[in-house]
Design a protein around this ligand. Structure first.
Ligand SMILES: *[C@@H]1O[C@H](CO)[C@@H](O)[C@H](O)[C@H]1NC(C)=O
Ligand SMILES: *[C@@H]1O[C@H](CO)[C@@H](O)[C@H](O)[C@H]1NC(C)=O
Length: 134
C-alpha cells in the first residue's frame, strides 16, 4: 500500500483543513466539534471495517461487516455519534465521522479493514485525537 498517500491525507475539521504530516498524524479539536478520521483502504474486496481506540479493551468505536453495523460491542459513549463518511463506502473510503467531541474522546484511533480475499484484518492507519475542554 502507498504509505505516503495515507500519511498525507487531509482531515476535515469543521470546514478547516488540517494537514496530517508523517510525524504528527494528530488532530486537535475543541469540544463540540465534529471531526473526520480518514481511512482509505485498497478497493479490492474489503467487506468490513473496525474503528478502535487504543485504550478501549474489547469495545470498539464502530464496526461494520457483511453489510451491517454491529452495535453490540460498541462502547456506549459512541452510540449515535459515529458514522461512516461515505455510506456507500465507495472507492475504499472507510472514513469515520465523530460528532460532538468531548475531552473524553481524546485517544488514538485505528482503522482496520477486513479483506474478503485474505480473510484477515489489515490495519490501514492510526490517528491521535486531542480534544481541549470548553
Ligand atoms: C469519503 O467520502 C466522503 C463523502 O462522499 C468525501 O467527502 C471524502 O472526501 C471521501 N474521503 C476520501 C479519503 O476519499
Ligand atoms: C468524561 O468522563 C467522565 C468519567 O466517566 C465523566 O464524569 C464526564 O462527565 C465526562 N465528560 C464529558 C464532557 O463527557
Amino acid at each position: 500500500m502507498s504509505v505516503t498517500a495515507s500519511l498525507c491525507s487531509t482531515l476535515l475539521v469543521f470546514g478547516i483543513f488540517v494537514f496530517v504530516s508523517a510525524d504528527q498524524r494528530t488532530i486537535t479539536a475543541e469540544s463540540g466539534q465534529n471531526i473526520v478520521f480518514t481511512c482509505r483502504a485498497p478497493k479490492n474486496n474489503i467487506i468490513g471495517v473496525e474503528w478502535n481506540r487504543a485504550d478501549l479493551r474489547d469495545e470498539y468505536v464502530l464496526s461494520y461487516r457483511d453489510k451491517q453495523f454491529d452495535p453490540d460491542g460498541q462502547h456506549p459513549s459512541f452510540m449515535n455519534r459515529v458514522d461512516l463518511q461515505d455510506r456507500k463506502m465507495k472507492d475504499g473510503n472507510w472514513s469515520l465521522i465523530l460528532k460532538d467531541v468531548t475531552i473524553n474522546d481524546t485517544g488514538t484511533y485505528k482503522c482496520r479493514v477486513f479483506s474478503g480475499e485474505t480473510r484477515s484484518w489489515e490495519t490501514i492507519n492510526t490517528v491521535s485525537l486531542t480534544v481541549s475542554g470548553e
